[in-house]
Design a protein around this ligand. Structure first.
Ligand SMILES: *Cc1c(COP(=O)(O)O)cnc(C)c1O
Length: 425
């Protein structure tokens, strides 16, 4: 027997993370299950951003680079993000976008692999990886005479042959919420002599990550998803200290120079993660990102990522069982693994027909999830619901499942207004 609404309310009352919800501005009447795509705004962000604009830019102007710490912001925020992903201080920098950071580290990894064993000219990734990761890899392979090999998850082990230079995986799959075993996969890559590159877009701030413990080589991740950094927030990049100084990254701009303010005509890379910076960074966006990252650090006083993980699994378990119990007979399937060890912080449901319209009907009711199209073969259309344990409660989950039941039973999703595709899904 699944929990009742009263049970869910009681769970919220006992939730040690409950107070963290007050750190966010959650729009009235909204149950926001899309924090995996764009995190909710921290309450601290408007005043902080206004201060950067009015005081730091408006009054302090150019002095802000020193006086207000602008120049050090990418590394300062990088150190905060490091605490969430098992990285040492001074090994992460918050900068550029995930796509751009991936280009930098994949390029560096390809050079490193080639230097150590010139025969390795293959990148392996998953066919269902987020497209930008595959496009960046394809472009680099084309340029360097490498080959990009795309496989299904169960084929990764057999794809790890002696030709493989880099195994590039996204830790939590954006469509299904399925999570890889980071230490095991990293060990498998290393056992065949390949380097391991992780994309943490759906992991950082969502699930515990220990890059150092796993012995990974490179990682990138996103600032605007579970880190709540705001639309287009800078992303982050991590490189294991054993590799940072071995190669230039290809976007060798002046912020990665050893002595940028000597303005020398030749490039001399800074030691460590600093060389993974390129050029001048967006200070207003970095200020907003810091507000978002600080909401996760605030959880450290309440058990940190381990407590967030416990709650996330409880929330996704609850949603799965409520949907199973209350939405029978409508052809709803589950794409997210039931096994906790293989689940990120989202639940993805499948439906052969009407998935897009059902999501639209739910949004009209204030339950915001999103839709991801299938490929007509292996992957079905997906209704995707992200559960951010910082601000989603158990009663929210109960209501979300109730709305889904109502949308399915009433057939309201078949209305024309819910069946018109918008530019952004
Ligand atoms: C969200 C996401 C991105 C986004 O990349 P941008 O450069 O920010 O557009 C990249 N990779 C993965 C796996 C993602 O989930």
């Amino acid at each position: 027997m699944t929990l009742t609404q009263q049970d869910c309310r009681a769970l919220d009352a006992q939730d040690p993370l409950r107070a963290l919800r007050d750190l966010f501005h959650i729009p009235e009447g909204t149950i926001y299950l899309d924090g995996n795509s764009l995190g909710v705004m921290p309450r601290s962000a408007p005043a902080r951003v206004a201060d950067v604009v009015a005081r730091e830019w408006g009054t302090d102007l150019i002095q802000s680079w020193n006086k207000n710490g602008w120049f050090a912001m990418p590394k300062k925020i990088g150190d905060k993000i490091a605490r969430l992903i098992g990285a040492a201080p001074g090994t992460v920098v918050a900068t550029d976008s995930t796509s751009i950071n991936l280009f930098k580290v994949l390029s560096a990894a390809m050079h490193l692999a080639q230097a150590d064993s010139p025969g390795r000219k293959r990148i392996v990734s998953e066919r269902s990886n987020f497209p930008t990761d595959l496009y960046i890899a394809e472009a680099l392979c084309r340029e360097r005479g490498f080959e990009l090999v795309l496989v299904e998850p169960e084929e990764i082990a057999s794809a790890l042959t002696p030709e493989v230079a880099v195994l590039m995986l996204t830790h939590v799959n954006y469509r299904t919420g399925a999570m890889h075993d980071m230490p095991a996969m990293t060990a498998a890559a290393h056992a065949t002599g390949a380097l391991m590159l992780w994309d943490l877009a759906h992991s950082a701030g969502a699930v515990p990550v220990d890059l150092t413990g796993a012995g990974a080589d490179y990682a990138v991740g996103c600032g605007y998803k579970y880190l709540n950094g705001g639309p287009g927030a800078p992303a982050f990049v991590w490189v294991h200290p054993r590799h940072t100084d071995r190669f230039w990254q290809p976007l060798a701009g002046w912020w990665g120079h050893a002595t940028p303010f000597e303005f020398t005509p030749d490039y001399k890379p800074a030691p460590g993660i600093t060389r993974y910076q390129c050029g001048t960074q967006p200070m207003i966006s970095l200020a907003a990102l810091e507000c978002g990252v600080d909401t996760l650090l605030a959880a450290e006083a309440h058990g940190g990522m381990a407590a967030l993980r416990r709650k996330s699994l409880a929330l996704t378990d609850l949603f799965i069982s409520l949907v199973d119990e209350r939405c029978q007979g409508h052809g709803i399937g589950l794409a997210t693994p039931l096994d906790h060890a293989q689940r990120g912080s989202q639940v993805c449901l499948t439906k052969d027909e009407g998935a897009y319209a059902i999501v639209q009907a739910l949004i009209a009711r204030g339950v915001v999830g999103d839709f991801r199209a299938g490929d007509g073969a292996r992957h079905k259309d997906i209704l995707r619901f992200g559960f951010t344990p910082l601000y989603i409660g158990f009663e929210d989950v109960w209501h979300a499942a109730e709305h889904l039941r109502a949308v399915l039973e009433s057939g309201e999703w078949q209305r024309a207004e819910f069946n018109t595709k918008h530019a952004v899904t």
